[in-house]
Design a protein around this ligand. Sequence first.
Ligand SMILES: NC(=O)c1ccc[n+]([C@@H]2O[C@H](COP(=O)([O-])OP(=O)(O)OC[C@H]3O[C@@H](n4cnc5c(N)ncnc54)[C@H](OP(=O)(O)O)[C@@H]3O)[C@@H](O)[C@H]2O)c1
Length: 288
Amino acid sequence: MINDKNSFSRRNFIAKTTLAVGAFGAGSIFSSQALGSSAPENPKPNEGKVAIVTGSSRGIGEAIAKRLAADGFKITINCVVNRDLAENVARDIKAAGGEATWLQSDVRKPEAVRELFDVTEEAFGGVDVVVNNAGVMKLASFSEMTDEDFNYVMDTNLKGGFNVLREAARRVRDGGRIISTSSSITLLKLPTYGPYAASKAALQIYSSTLAKEVGGRGISVNALSPGVVNTTLFTDGKTEEQIEGFAKRTPHGRIGEPEDIAAVVSALCSPDGWWVNGQTVFANGGLV
Ligand SMILES: NC(=O)c1ccc[n+]([C@@H]2O[C@H](COP(=O)([O-])OP(=O)(O)OC[C@H]3O[C@@H](n4cnc5c(N)ncnc54)[C@H](OP(=O)(O)O)[C@@H]3O)[C@@H](O)[C@H]2O)c1
């Protein structure tokens, strides 16, 4: 009886997957990958696919954009103020033989997020991957946190993150990926990180919920939680000693680099990453 049930659900799963693969075509994000595979049939299976990376003018987003471009994705770069940096990232990608466009678009504003997707669809014909990465951090104890800083963090991370995921849910093509940059601070729970950590925890909940809403279309949705990463978001306002303290707490003996995180995004976007779905992936070198 148990075996019968198992073979029924397995047949059912294969039938559904075949439908989704058929919709996306050969060489797609997960063609022939539904039950895993050891050797990719195509060294660049994402060639021609399209990715939006929010907050990609610098830091982790820049590294993700460049890595996905090297993997074959056409990329839309995004910033909120640093137009010159965003343009430079797009230029670097093109100089390396990739395709990229960029847009200044504030994720706090729903209409700006819609425009980000419009511009991408116009430039590249659709959207297969969204990396919901734009984020800000303000640190203060509960007794010292200002309303202004609290609202800035929540408007960008909680509301902005939602704005991007809502549009992604509407527009990402079947078989795609949606990844949100959360944070391992949700496990570390350090003093002064309260509101920031809460906003990042929301991205984990958003992702596991959304995975259940779009799963029927073969789209995998995850949160990715870096530890400490060498960008100004982390280093600003910290002493060398404090940074070294985090490096010593990490079993690998250093803090993360943006490229460490980009490599995990690349893996999640690869055909073999499809089965990771509805999860929070902690990529922190063992810090926590
Ligand atoms: N660094 C870490 O240790 C660490 C650890 C865990 C998680 N994270 C998360 O990883 C993500 C990237 O962090 P990072 O360290 O790379 O930060 P970063 O170097 O400060 O870069 C932040 C990026 O987000 C963009 N951005 C900020 N507000 C925006 C808005 N309203 N609309 C659109 N773009 C906006 C910035 O654009 P402009 O250049 O125009 O300002 C920039 O491209 C964040 O979500 C952060 O919470 C970072």
